[in-house]
Design a protein around this ligand. Structure first.
Ligand code: FE
Ligand code: FE
Ligand code: ZN
Length: 277
């Protein structure tokens, strides 16, 4: 069965997201833990989370993916910004303990002018300060398009971050199809080789989630502009190969395409029809 969902608004809480997912034919979903461009979080609503967990179990929703705000930059030059990143992630992970078995995805960050090595060091320091052996959430590093000084454009950079983390079993990777394509990986003509490279450098066992997006720009553009499924430079044929690839087809797929709910519903329906059981 295809595990598929899309990005949903978290403004009305968890139970509301679960019901919306069911309404549009999804069996998982992604959401921002808080205002994606600010950082303030709503008060903790444990009752809503518990109601959601019951609803999710009844409706077969699993593997939900929390996304950290974009403003979180673990490798900022400014210490205050790094502290904000650490405190935000710590608070997000504490909250997610009420929805056990979730994943938490974040953008490794932008090293600005400090260089990628210092960037990677700050990111691993933050993770080592936060991760706990007993936590029920897996933290995912998202593969990035390489816009500006983004860390995580290459599989090697992701590997270097993982290597620095002490509690490795709480870490994984989320592969964003638009980002890796914009980053220069040819997932249209050489999906097999790209996945072999991922396996060699990072290990496919670390891959826990796929952000399924088409791209507005050509391969290697380092732009990060998502497009609707089948309407961008990646195209429907390559997307079909991705969701059916033996190394990927068991993973949860999350759409982050420029859509409102009816558009997401259509894409979910289309992808289900293209999935080979
Ligand atoms: Fe993201
Ligand atoms: Fe993404
Ligand atoms: Zn993106």
């Amino acid at each position: 069965m295809l595990r598929i969902g899309c990005h949903l608004s978290s403004s009305k809480g968890y139970l509301n997201m679960g019901k919306t997912a069911v309404d549009i034919g999804a069996n998982t979903f992604q959401f921002f833990t808080r205002n994606p461009r600010g950082g303030s979080a709503k008060p903790l609503d444990v009752e809503d989370m518990q109601n959601y967990c019951t609803f999710a179990e009844e409706h077969g929703i699993v593997h939900i993916l929390a996304h950290a705000p974009y403003t979180l930059n673990a490798c900022a030059a400014d210490e205050g910004l790094r502290t904000f990143a650490r405190e935000t992630m710590e608070d997000d992970l504490m909250r997610l303990e009420y929805v056990p078995g979730s994943c938490y995805n974040f953008h490794p960050g932008s090293h600005v002018k400090q260089g990628v090595e210092i960037g990677i060091r700050y990111i691993t320091e933050m993770l080592n300060a936060i991760l706990k052996p007993e936590q029920a959430t897996t933290v995912l590093l998202e593969t990035m398009a390489g816009k500006g000084s983004e860390v995580g454009r290459t599989f090697e950079e992701i590997r270097a971050i993982l290597d620095g983390v002490e509690i490795q079993e709480k870490m994984g990777v989320c592969l964003d199809t638009c980002h890796v394509y914009d980053g220069g990986y040819d997932i249209i003509n050489h999906l097999e080789e790209v996945l072999e490279e991922f396996d060699r450098v990072i290990g496919l066992d670390r891959l826990k989630a796929i952000h399924l997006n088409d791209s507005k720009n050509p391969m290697g553009s380092h732009k990060d502009r998502h497009e609707k499924i089948g309407e961008g430079s990646i195209g429907l044929e390559a997307v079909t190969a991705i969701i059916n690839h033996p190394s990927l087809k068991h993973l949860p797929f999350y759409l982050e395409t420029p859509n409102e709910l009816p558009g997401y519903q259509k894409e979910i329906e289309l992808l289900k029809s293209l999935y080979q059981e």
